[in-house]
Unconditional design. Structure first.
Length: 94
């Protein structure tokens, strides 16, 4: 568990993660704006696949679900594909 004050101490973040197995992790984050008392939260799950790829799922307090798949190509480049909420797709390649 970790607690962070960010935005010049205007925001408090509480973060928790737990390794279920050597390849899967669950986590939660609660963020509170101290000046406005706005609070948000997110729940997440990550899993390393046998081929070395990484998958992540995240559900935030507004009900938006996002998914990420990341793998490394033979040349060493990482490729990420992310899909979230309304079905929009974002891809990036490093």
């Amino acid at each position: 568990m970790a607690a962070h004050l960010t935005d010049l101490t205007k925001t408090l973040k509480l973060i928790y993660s737990h390794n279920l197995t050597s390849t899967s992790t669950v986590g939660a984050e609660v963020t509170r704006k101290l000046a406005t008392s706005d609070t948000t939260f997110a729940l997440a799950y990550a899993r390393k696949l046998s081929n070395g790829a990484l998958t992540k799922l995240k559900l935030d307090g507004s009900g938006a679900l996002s998914a990420l798949y990341e793998t490394k190509l033979q040349g060493g480049e990482k490729v990420r594909v992310c899909v979230w909420g309304g079905g929009a797709v974002n891809t990036s390649r490093n």
